[in-house]
Design a protein around this ligand. Structure first.
Ligand code: BG6
Length: 506
């Protein structure tokens, strides 16, 4: 897809068989921003089958022409492509169709069945729920009632967008509804972090190399820091975010995925079940996040951004954002310390932090190693030796770096930390694909490794839900504020200082 001489002859790129994608919520934001540009890029990279159609479904009356215009606008805005002069776009446009109707109306699904049969009846069908979660249930049930969930000559699969539930109870209920009409093999729960190139590379880095795995444990690792920092605020998503907050929005899904990829045992093969079984083991070993756990106590800090300056621009506080209640206690920042109770990680704290309106957009995993057992250079180089660090830059500058000590050039023995860097951009050139490209293609190919399994989602909610309950039962307490453009509230540094550690400066 992204040409580079190094890649010549190396790629094995399967293409899906005949496929129809049915996008519920086709007039919405996700479709515009992510799905249509991803389909365009897949088409450009010749990854879509020759027999391929997109059927957009939504309430808005658009018609095929209106939907095709949306596609052209979408790739102009989000892929920088002028559809009028682009052959790939022109040909894809011809394969896009639209149906409007109420999502809970059985007649819509009868029409959909007719429409799908017109494709020749042998297409695999991928349903994409790009709709508010409150509508998931009725779409799944209507698809089931219309006989559209059982494989015919082609497969049937469903992609479920986040949020997957709002707590353990609702996640279980959603799994239950899905499993009443689809088998688990047909269900693809999206966590777009799993589609990110560096996140996938974490598995390659750990399990395709011999030199890292032997030191990937409590004997050599002091602690792990996972950061997902954003500069954006709540944007126009207050209606959703007010009821969600950072713990649900980022930690339950994305950060737990990153955590388990760092912490998992080696799978016996790179198969969906083996990889996801090992991630489950890691998740199940995370100690409860509220007190009552034996062993070292977890700690959680939450906060909300106040007005400030981000990237040189003055920005309002969360409570002044459109759609946010003036007294809102929704957290836009969470930091926590947690522990995994297993042989590999006993005694190694994992620190997680995520927030909006922070000074910089960056997501990284930093593994800090223990210092050498003896400091033989103490006398000649009194400055303290920095511990080794392995940094996985998830975004925006995808790559992996190692920090180690080196001798400063000169006649004296003096030490200084240096970095050894691998960068995707420089090593392979081109750009890395958007997560949605990878994930859409995997779903079409029936490859579920990079999707969340039902038990993972539930186990993650089982960890998070008691925290939410604890916060709720504490009543409407004022929430600590941090100035937009700062790295969170002062408490987060205290959390680290208690352990004699510091957050990495990013
Ligand atoms: C989404 C959250 O899942 O992830 C957003 O709902 C957040 O609030 C986004 O901004 C972050 O994704 P990325 O890919 O920009 O790190």
């Amino acid at each position: 897809m992204h040409d580079h001489p190094l890649l010549d002859g190396l790629r094995i790129e399967p293409t899906p068989g005949p496929t129809s994608i049915v996008i519920f919520g086709a007039s919405g934001d996700l479709t515009q921003r992510k799905l249509l540009p991803a389909l365009y890029h897949l088409s450009r990279g010749q990854r879509l089958p020759a027999r391929f159609t997109v059927i957009g479904v939504a309430r808005t009356a658009l018609g095929d022409d209106g939907f095709r215009k949306k596609f052209r606008d979408s790739i102009k805005e989000f892929a920088g492509v002028d559809a009028e002069s682009d052959d790939v776009a022109a040909s894809l446009t011809q394969r896009m169709f639209y149906m409007s109707g109420e999502l809970d109306e059985p007649a819509l699904y009868d029409r959909l069945a007719v429409r799908l049969r017109e494709n020749g009846g042998d297409h695999g069908v991928l349903y994409y729920l790009a709709i508010p979660p409150s509508a998931y249930r009725s779409v799944v049930e209507r698809l089931g009632a219309a006989g559209l969930t059982a494989a015919e000559r082609g497969w049937r699969r469903i992609i479920v967008e986040k949020p997957f539930g709002t707590d353990l109870h609702s996640a279980r209920a959603l799994n239950h509804v899905l499993h009443a009409h689809f088998s688990e093999e047909q269900v693809f729960r999206i966590d777009h972090y799993l589609g990110k190139e560096t996140v996938q590379n974490l598995m390659v880095f750990r399990f395709a190399n011999g030199m890292f795995e032997p030191i990937w444990n409590r004997r050599y690792i002091d602690h792990v820091q996972i950061t997902a920092a954003e500069t954006v605020g709540v944007e126009r998503r207050a209606a959703y975010y007010e009821g969600a907050g950072a713990l649900r929005d980022m930690v339950q899904n994305h950060l737990m995925q990153l955590l388990t990829l760092v912490a998992m045992e080696p799978p016996i093969a790179f198969t969906a079940e083996s990889v996801r079984d090992r991630k489950m083991d890691a998740l199940l070993s995370v100690q409860p996040l509220v007190d009552g756990a034996h062993g070292p106590s977890p700690r959680i800090v939450r906060a909300q951004y106040a007005a400030g300056w981000v990237l040189g621009a003055e920005v309002p506080g969360y409570r002044s954002e459109p759609g946010v209640a003036p007294g809102s206690t929704t957290e836009t920042y969470v930091a926590m310390r947690l522990h995994l109770d297993n042989w590999r990680w006993a005694g190694v704290p994992f620190y997680l932090r995520t927030g909006k309106r922070l000074p910089k957009r960056t997501t990284e995993i930093a593994i800090q190693f223990r210092r050498p057992p003896m400091q033989i250079f103490k006398r000649v180089s009194p400055t303290s030796v920095s511990p080794n660090l392995l940094i996985v830059n998830v975004q925006p500058d995808e790559g992996i770096s190692v920090r180690f000590e080196a001798k400063l050039p000169g006649t004296r023995m003096q030490l200084a930390p240096v970095m050894m860097n691998f960068r995707y951009g420089t090593a392979f050139g081109g750009t890395v694909p958007e997560a949605y490209e990878t994930l859409l293609l995997d779903a079409m190919l029936g490859e579920p490794t990079l999707f969340a399994r039902h038990d993972f989602v539930e186990a993650s909610w089982a960890l998070i839900t008691p925290v939410l309950e604890r916060w709720r039962s504490a009543g409407p307490k004022p929430i600590p504020q941090y100035e937009a453009g700062e790295w969170g509230p002062a408490e987060v540094d205290v959390l680290m200082a208690e352990d004699g550690r510091r957050w990495r400066t990013l």
